[in-house]
Design a protein around this ligand. Structure first.
Ligand SMILES: [Zn+2]
Length: 356
């Protein structure tokens, strides 16, 4: 990614304020002079409101934070043993261009949830409407190529904001914006809608309708401090992203260790055994259902449940094996593995629910 970005940069440009020459990227739509901080729309006017989220960390602080987080996160996942073989590289600071979109949000949702009433299951209507003032931060780059950048953007509300001054950037590169204000507003709506739909879907069986009206009050251009640290473990290189605004790790990679592989492998074998037992007992449960010769169809639920259980256990076994083969895992600030649920088609909780 870094090399293609370089290839796209166009000829030298001269700052309108300090006359220093510097290159502009072909996709840049808002640029900042790295010498004096003059910020303008490419081919247009100066951007009057240009803010900065203060960086609260030195390179030494970042190293310390990474070490603390690695100890904590490895303890929860791959095992603390990795700490003995870790060599942390020099932290690198970059200023990421963002828009903070502040809006009055009117939200409406309509959905349904299954509820058991006695023997029958009925649908319960789930409807809600509320109005709140909220911020949505949007990355002002075309591609979110930097490691952990989405997680980073989500934490920015907690930082301290000031007027942009080039001295506050500590000589770290200030990235230019590749999207304009109007794109940012559109993206803010899209991102918020997508996130809230996901959130609502977790709480109900079916979401039929979700609508979001954003009455945008302001859309400020703000640079935010993003730190990236690479560390070595045995022969591999792994990354950790830290927010300079909050001083916290937002996402990190951990090497997959033998201990981790072994645990997943046993989990997978366990699931295969469950699957095998379920599938083997299927003919017996069908036979039993035939013998029962019951008038109600309910007896047939038993072979169906057995079949679902067998197939589900098999899929989980395959998903667990896939994780054993991975080289690294991604872990968030709380030490939880990312996409724990996403790469499994369903969780053990779902299976339990299917059976009961
Ligand atoms: Zn300048």
């Amino acid at each position: 990614m870094e090399s293609t970005e370089k290839a796209k940069s166009i000829a030298q440009f001269r700052c309108q304020q300090c006359n220093a020459p510097y290159p502009l990227g072909a996709d840049d739509v808002i640029a900042t002079c790295p010498y004096c901080g003059y910020t303008f729309e490419v081919g247009g006017e100066e951007v009057k409101t240009h803010l900065i989220l203060k960086n609260a960390l030195s390179a030494k602080d970042v190293e310390k934070e990474v070490k603390t987080w690695l100890t904590f996160a490895s303890d929860k996942t791959v095992g603390r043993g990795i700490m003995k073989h870790i060599k942390i590289g020099t932290p690198i600071l970059q200023w990421m261009p963002t828009f903070k979109v502040d809006a009055d949000c009117i939200k409406y949702h309509l959905g349904g949830d299954k509820v058991k009433r006695g023997n029958e299951t009925i649908w319960k209507k789930m409807e809600g409407k509320d109005q709140t003032r909220e911020n949505e931060w949007v990355l002002a780059r075309r591609y979110a190529a930097s490691f952990g950048i989405q997680e980073f953007i989500q934490t920015l509300d907690d930082g301290e904001i000031a007027e942009f001054e080039i001295d506050l950037t500590q000589n770290a590169p200030v990235l230019n914006a590749e999207i304009v204000t109007n794109d940012a507003k559109r993206r803010a709506h899209l991102l918020k809608t997508r996130r809230e739909r996901e959130e609502l879907k977790k709480n109900m069986e079916n979401l039929f309708d979700y609508r979001l009206d954003m009455d945008i009050k302001s859309c400020d251009y703000i640079h935010a401090p993003y730190w990236l640290v690479r560390y070595n473990y045995r022969n591999g290189t792994f990354r950790v992203a830290i927010s300079g605004a909050t001083g916290k790790v937002v996402l990190g990679e951990l090497p997959v260790t033998k201990r981790y592989r072994l645990l997943r492998w046993f989990g997978s074998v366990g699931m295969l055994i469950v699957s095998a037992i379920a599938i083997q007992s299927l003919p017996y449960s069908i036979f039993f259902a035939l013998l029962a010769n019951s008038d109600s169809g309910e007896i047939w639920l038993i072979p169906i449940v057995v079949l679902v259980l067998g197939v589900a256990a098999f899929i989980i076994a395959v998903a667990l094996v896939a994780r054993v083969l991975k080289y690294e895992i991604q872990v968030n600030a709380e030490g939880e593995e990312r996409s724990e649920d996403e790469d499994l088609p369903f969780t053990l909780e779902d299976v339990k629910e299917m059976i009961t």
